[in-house]
Unconditional design. Structure first.
Length: 896
């Protein structure tokens, strides 16, 4: 960072001694040529004045000075113009004071100097802290200082370096150079050095900025005195520009004694680490400027339609007044502008008072009318960032902020302008497939003529997770080409009702984990009245099939996605357990009061495709969940790792449960597989195949919300999990999906996932050792006999050790079981008496299904069966831990 070379003290000795008559004349600024009484109303004149500010030794001013030279030094004989020149000369002398840098000072001297200064500071901090808290010990103050997090001095200096975003192969996806950052334009101090913006801020915020030690004891003292006089409430703050910069860096604005002491300490340290002008640069770039604009360049463009480097004195004075209370001085409101003009005069007055401007400049500025106009030229940001890039960058900013206690603005500047490298998890072949899919109009509207006149066109969002790593492999936030930056990302930012798509993760898998159900559990789809608000009204109803379908296995209930069985199972496990398991897969709706409606995906707060996809990865990974992430690391220009993401797996479900659920969810993409007369809700698409037609196992779940407002499909293979939301943004009015577009989410999912898997080997699920495959009868859920008939006998998967694994033959048809007794383990480790679900075991549930007399859901959560399962309640401990962070690998065995 350059100091102001032209502001350095002139070498003429007389410049430092009070004989300024000659030297001041050489520095006489141009405005002195103009008669003060007739200021040029054209703001351009101020502009011209400003341009000479930094180059005071220019020939013209020297010449001008010659004409007003006077010989003997006599203050009384000086003209007003000469006094102004004198004032400016002195000011420049002060301003040119070398900034404090660590380097040039010898080490012992530095330590000594640092030590004495430290002692002084500690004394000051102690005095002030004692006052603030009504008495705390010196140890406490030292404690506060010792626990102060250091500021990232190196990163702070790098506001305009190019940052790069890479895909998983190491190819550049995007680059950022501060200026391309939307609504945040970082400028080096040099850019505005020749304007009055720094002078204006110094005058109004911190008049001793150039000489203080980062904090201003005088200011603090006067704040303390004013607080004493006002029974504890200081009438003004004691914050220097350096302290304000610290606040802007850390985002801290708490008023505890500890924070205050730490802020002081940090300000003093910052003053040691950076030059005054580096601090000013940070301040000018971080300062809030109303209307959520941040930084002086952004504000200048927004309010005056020009770059900050072209700001005139009156404009600088206006802007410097804004940060004190951005909403009060917001120039876009009538009252804000009036307040702002009033404050502008105060700023100008102060600038004149402390010698930052001449009387002529002061008067000229007062007479200049401010012209507010917005910059209508296109922003410097021509680069449209992809949804993935935007998301990964926003996550890096968020993590930078949270993990380091930085302010959002600072984190943003480090990530997008700090010369960092962001290594994302984007897999190019996945992303390209999504990009192509989201260009296909026919996937979004089977008959475009039917939607073209709608207020909005159908939209979609899709997220794909790599099951091996839990990382986001690709995403698409909307149909067609992305038109600008920071538009709605429907993969990550929407919160739509999930409908039935959540049934596997909020009802069925939790119930399997709690030994309440298996795929063979018989559930009764019949008229029930489970809405306590409307006890006369049948609830829930079915979305796909308006009629009730009677008794069926859990597998078949999920296959056609009807609602009563899901509600029935929700009653078995309780809403709290459901929330517990959702929270375990990254969807925390603990405070959601939706109750039984959750079984049908009716939440107060909806979900994004990313959340749903990530939650479903728990199945192909054998019950393991790791939170999703979009980048693996962020490193600075020196190669230091600033941020890092590694998968951190937690066993949410037993591997057997994950497998059983996965096998049940295969039913969704299948047609008729038995005497059960319905097709899966995603039949017609089927299992994925690779480019040569080999099968890649596919399991999933559809979802639809009331009136066909939202369409969901989430499905996974051994390789990837993808979730799609399809519908209308509903910004204008609520719009239902029409006709064949009910398939929208599935069409999009299959179109993209087929391409994504084209090059993968065939794959099937790996069956855990404790899983046994049995033939059961779809009418009883018990072991199928030869009397059941082949159309009623189907394969189902059970845990050998589970008390729910069928041990008896079908009571409806009787006869000899197809699978011999003893195929499953006959001595379960859990007996009925130790299973919490004994009273509502699936068998009894199917024999005595809940009917009209079923307890209202409000009482469910308090029942003994509905508490979140503890370790004591769960018979088996998870043992299948991942090896070196790798979940179960997809089997490459071809399907039989
Ligand atoms: Zn049978």
């Amino acid at each position: 960072m350059n100091k102001r070379p032209e502001d350095q003290p002139q070498t003429t000795p007389s410049n430092r001694t009070p004989q300024p008559a000659q030297t001041n004349n050489q520095e006489k600024p141009e405005p002195s040529q103009k008669p003060v009484a007739s200021p040029d109303k054209d703001s351009g004149s101020i502009s011209r004045v400003k341009k000479n500010k930094g180059s005071s030794n220019g020939g013209s001013s020297a010449k001008a000075a010659a004409s007003t030279q006077s010989t003997p030094f006599d203050v009384n004989s000086l003209s007003e113009k000469e006094i102004e020149s004198l004032r400016r000369s002195l000011k420049r002398y002060v301003k040119g004071k070398p900034t404090r840098r660590f380097n040039p000072v010898s080490a012992p001297a530095m330590i000594l100097q640092g030590f004495t200064q430290f002692v002084k500071i500690i004394c000051l901090l102690l005095a002030a802290a004692i006052f603030l808290t009504g008495g705390i010990g010196i140890g406490t103050v030292f404690g506060y200082v010792a626990t102060t997090k250091p500021l990232p001095a190196d990163l702070l200096k790098s506001g305009t370096q190019t940052s790069y975003v890479y895909d998983i192969k190491g190819d550049i996806m995007a680059k950022f150079t501060g200026a391309e950052n939307i609504d945040r334009v970082y400028i080096p101090y040099n850019t505005v050095r020749d304007t009055y913006i720094d002078d204006a801020f110094i005058a109004i915020e911190d008049e001793r900025f150039e000489t203080n030690i980062g904090i201003d004891p005088k200011r603090i003292l006067s704040a303390v005195v004013s607080a004493l006089a006002n029974s504890g409430e200081a009438t003004h703050g004691g914050s220097t520009i350096t302290q304000q910069t610290v606040k802007l860096i850390t985002g801290d604005d708490q008023r505890s004694a500890q924070r205050k002491v730490q802020e002081w300490y940090k300000a003093v340290m910052l003053n040691q680490q950076l030059t005054k002008w580096e601090i000013m640069e940070l301040y000018l770039n971080l300062v809030p400027m109303a209307n959520s604009y941040v930084g002086i360049e952004t504000a200048s463009r927004a309010y005056f339609g020009k770059s900050a480097s072209e700001l005139t004195l009156p404009e600088c004075a206006y802007l410097a007044g804004v940060p004190k209370s951005p909403s009060t001085y917001n120039p876009w409101t009538e009252s804000g502008r009036r307040n702002g003009m009033r404050r502008q005069r105060i700023v100008l007055n102060k600038m004149y008072e402390i010698g930052k401007i001449s009387l002529a400049e002061y008067r000229d500025a007062l007479e200049t009318e401010l012209v507010f106009k917005k910059d209508t030229t296109p922003s410097a940001a021509t680069q449209i960032n992809s949804y993935f890039t935007e998301y990964a960058v926003s996550m890096a900013i968020k993590d930078m902020q949270e993990r380091n206690d930085y302010s959002e603005e600072l984190a943003r500047q480090i990530i997008t302008g700090g010369g960092v490298k962001i290594y994302t998890t984007m897999e190019p072949h996945v992303q390209e497939a999504l990009d192509q899919t989201f260009q296909k109009q026919e996937l979004f509207a089977a008959d475009f003529s039917r939607v073209v006149n709608m207020p909005e066109l159908p939209e979609a969002g899709m997220a794909v997770i790599n099951n091996k790593t839990g990382a986001i492999a690709g995403m698409q936030g909307g149909y067609g080409d992305k038109q600008s930056n920071l538009v709605l990302n429907r993969a990550t930012d929407i919160q739509r009702q999930p409908g039935s798509v959540t049934k596997p993760i909020n009802v069925y898998a939790p119930a399997m984990e709690m030994y309440k159900v298996t795929g063979a559990t018989i559930l009764d789809d019949k008229k029930v009245f489970l809405d306590p608000e409307n006890p006369e009204e049948p609830y829930p109803k079915n979305a796909y099939y308006p009629q009730y379908r009677g008794k069926m296995t859990l597998r078949n209930a999920l296959k056609i996605s009807n609602n009563v069985p899901a509600a029935e199972v929700m009653l078995m496990i309780g809403v709290d357990s459901s929330k517990y398991f959702m929270q375990k897969v990254g969807i925390d709706r603990t405070d959601d009061s939706a109750s039984i409606a959750m079984a049908m995906g009716g939440y107060e707060t909806g979900m994004s495709p990313l959340e749903i996809a990530s939650a479903f990865t728990v199945f192909p990974t054998g019950g393991l969940y790791t939170p999703h992430y979009s980048y693996t690391k962020v490193v600075d220009s020196q190669g230091n790792i600033l941020l890092e993401n590694n998968p951190s797996y937690e066993q949410v479900y037993r591997p057997g449960v994950a497998y059983m659920m996965t096998k049940v969810m295969e039913e969704t993409v299948k047609g008729k597989t038995s005497n059960f007369p319905y097709e899966g809700s995603a039949a017609g698409y089927g299992m994925l195949t690779n480019a040569v037609g080999e099968t890649i196992a596919t399991s999933g779940k559809t979802g639809t919300t009331d009136e066909d407002v939202d369409k969901w499909f989430c499905a996974f293979t051994p390789y990837y999990t993808g979730a799609v939301w399809y519908g209308f943004d509903n910004r204008i009015k609520k719009q239902s999906v029409i006709g064949p577009d009910n398939e929208g989410a599935k069409r999009i999912w299959f179109d993209a996932m087929r391409v994504i898997h084209a090059g993968e080997p065939p794959a099937n699920w790996t069956q855990p050792a404790d899983i046994v495959e049995l033939k059961i009868c779809i009418h009883s859920g018990k072991l199928a006999s030869y009397s059941c008939g082949s159309g009623n006998a189907v394969s189902e998967y059970f845990e050998k050790n589970s008390p729910l694994t069928p041990q008896s033959v079908c009571p409806i048809h009787g006869g000899r079981p197809i699978t011999p007794f003893g195929a499953a383990k006959t001595t379960p480790v859990v007996t009925e008496s130790t299973t919490t679900g004994a009273q509502t075991s699936p068998t009894s549930a199917s024999e005595n299904p809940p009917s009209n007399g079923v307890q209202p859901p409000t009482t469910i959560a308090t029942g003994p069966d509905q508490v979140v399962p503890s370790e004591q309640q769960l018979p088996a401990e998870p043992t299948n831990q991942p090896v070196e962070g790798q979940p179960i690998m997809p089997s490459t065995e071809p399907l039989p």
